[in-house]
Every structure is written in structure tokens, then in C-alpha cells.
Design a protein around this ligand. Structure first.
Ligand SMILES: [Zn+2]
Length: 171
């Protein structure tokens, strides 16, 4: 059986800024009011014969939303972003986070952003596609700690109403 959680109605939202380096219009810093829909399939089990407790699904998804909310999302593994004093092939993202200011260049444009204003993500892009994969994998990992009855966790990250990308993590 499947369970569905609607991001707008369940308040699984975040508002963030991002940039898609090299893209004609999305290559400038801009923002979205995102919302996150979740679909999970699994066997019904336990005392209450739930697939999964909605409280867990909403709680964990909200934690991921809160982590990104009101920040600039930076995809550290993007090929066009060159960070100052940081080699993305050998240095750790945790080390980069310790800088007070994150300095980088995209196509010759220089950026200097306080690190408290950013979230550094281990992704090549902060597109809806990559964010849905990030959410689905993170949520699947969290839920797997207490559930062994789940078949998949699918997450749709919507960049506002009318456009979103869904990623399904099989378990
Ligand atoms: Zn965008």
C-alpha cells in the first residue's frame, strides 16, 4: 500500500535562493518557494498496521526543509563553480563550511557570501531533479533506521506550483 503526503497541505516547504551555473536565465541568483510531496510504498505492519507513521515522514522531511530554508543553496560539485582555497576533488565540504565567508567564481563572476547564509550541498546542481534525489535518499536513510517494510521512498521537489521533479529511491 502507498501513503502520500502533500507538501502544501502538510507545510513541507522551504524558500531558498539558488543559481544554475551556465544556464541562460537561471545562471543568476534567484529564489523559489519550494514544496515537497512524498510518496512511500510498503507492507502494512506493526500494532497499527501502518505502512509508515505520518508523524515520522513529516518530521524528517520538515528537518530537511528547515536545513535549506532561507539560505543560498550552493552545489559544491558543480564544474563551473571555482572555490577559493578549496579543491573539490580532495578537500572536505566540512572544512569549507568552517570559513566565515565562502568565496567562489562562476564564469569570471566573483561571489563572497557569509557562510551562515549558505548551505553547501554535495551536489552538481541545485535543480529540482538533484534536490528531489537529495531528499529521497536522505529520507530513505532516516526511515530505514526504524522501518524494514518499505519498497520505495519517492520525493517530488516542486519549484512553486506547476513544476517539480520526482526521484524514487528503491529500498
Ligand atoms: Zn531556479
Amino acid at each position: 500500500m502507498k501513503i502520500l503526503v502533500n507538501g502544501i497541505q502538510s507545510n513541507l516547504r522551504f524558500s531558498s535562493a539558488h543559481v544554475i551555473p551556465g544556464h541562460e536565465s537561471c545562471g543568476f541568483i534567484h529564489g523559489h518557494s519550494y514544496f515537497v510531496d512524498v510518496e512511500i510504498e510498503g507492507e502494512r505492519t506493526g500494532k497499527f498496521e501502518f505502512v509508515v507513521d505520518f508523524k515520522d515522514v513529516k518530521g524528517f522531511t520538515k528537518e530537511f526543509c528547515n536545513e535549506l530554508d532561507h539560505r543560498l543553496l550552493i552545489p559544491v560539485f558543480n564544474e563551473l563553480i571555482e572555490f577559493k582555497d578549496f579543491d573539490k576533488k580532495t578537500d572536505s565540504i566540512d572544512g569549507l563550511k568552517e570559513n566565515k565567508t565562502i568565496q567562489f567564481k562562476i564564469d569570471g563572476k566573483g561571489y563572497s557570501i557569509p557562510s551562515v547564509d549558505c548551505v553547501l550541498l554535495p551536489l552538481p546542481y541545485t535543480s529540482a531533479e538533484e534536490l528531489s534525489k537529495y531528499f529521497a535518499e536522505g529520507l530513505a536513510e532516516k526511515l530505514s533506521e526504524s522501518y524494514d517494510n518499505l519498497k520505495y521512498v519517492a520525493v517530488c521537489v516542486n519549484e512553486g506550483i506547476g513544476q517539480g521533479a520526482e526521484y524514487r529511491k528503491e529500498l
